[in-house]
Design a protein around this ligand. Structure first.
Ligand SMILES: [Zn+2]
Length: 246
């Protein structure tokens, strides 16, 4: 909570305030205030004017524990303990329970009704949406060792659906070979693009000694296979497409 609010509450509820309460998120402050009000009134519950005419300023020392999905209040009777009567003790326990219960049901940002998503208690408006990593981004990360560090738009893995798995498996196979042969950084795919429906892939070998001639030929073959297979896949896809629309 903000310091101004903490200062205000610390003054208003000076007998019950504890610095652990500052960890509460703003949305849960109303639940805290409700609890503090109930605990302030403990003296008036089942009070016997003859035995405790003054009442106690407070009956408990409070602590709050907060995480992203729960908040709990812990109370210890103050020493010397006042006269705890059954109704007073129950009211105290109810206040603590209600606080934890409230915090589990209201948005920790705004205090509107909310449910736990397992990592936060947030209303629909304040739900933290994790951006979905697209399959294209995931593939790029997986095989990025094949690409030059800087390539502008020359590498575009946004290929049509019917080519994606083919492209992905070919790039994985090439990377596997590159790692096996210990030539990471020396085999660079410098271009992946779709031009007029056809997939083009370009590779550059840098500082690759003659010892790796076999590796180089194997990679060239994998790339030409990929291009041929993707042409076939595109042809089939287009045929299927025209059948479906005719
Ligand atoms: Zn909210």
């Amino acid at each position: 909570m903000k310091k101004e609010i903490a200062d205000k509450l610390a003054m208003e509820y000076s007998h019950l305030w504890h610095d652990s309460m500052t960890a509460l998120p703003d949305g849960w402050i109303s639940a805290l205030v409700t609890m503090l009000d109930k605990l302030e009134r403990l003296s008036s519950i089942e009070r016997s004017p003859s035995r405790d005419p003054e009442g106690l300023a407070t009956w408990v020392d409070l602590r709050i524990e907060v995480s992203a999905i729960r908040a709990a209040a812990y109370a210890t009777p103050v020493r010397p303990a006042g006269k705890w009567r059954p109704g007073r003790a129950l009211s105290c326990i109810d206040a603590l329970n209600d606080f934890a219960d409230q915090c589990s049901k209201i948005c920790s940002v705004c205090g509107q009704p909310a449910v736990s998503d397992g990592s936060h208690i947030r209303c629909a408006e304040h739900t933290v949406v994790q951006p979905q990593v697209s399959r294209t981004q995931a593939l790029y990360q997986e095989v990025r060792d094949l690409f030059p560090p800087v390539h502008g738009k020359a590498i575009d893995l946004h290929v049509p659906d019917h080519l994606f798995e083919l492209l992905a498996s070919s790039l994985r196979s090439i990377l596997k070979l590159v790692i096996q042969e210990g030539v990471v950084g020396k085999v660079l795919i410098t271009r992946v693009e779709i031009d007029d429906g056809a997939l083009f892939v370009r590779v550059r070998y840098q500082s690759l000694t003659a010892v790796f001639m076999g590796t180089q030929m194997a990679i060239n073959e994998m790339i030409s296979d990929l291009e041929v297979l993707s042409d076939e896949a595109t042809r089939k896809h287009n045929l299927g497409g025209s059948d479906a629309t005719s």
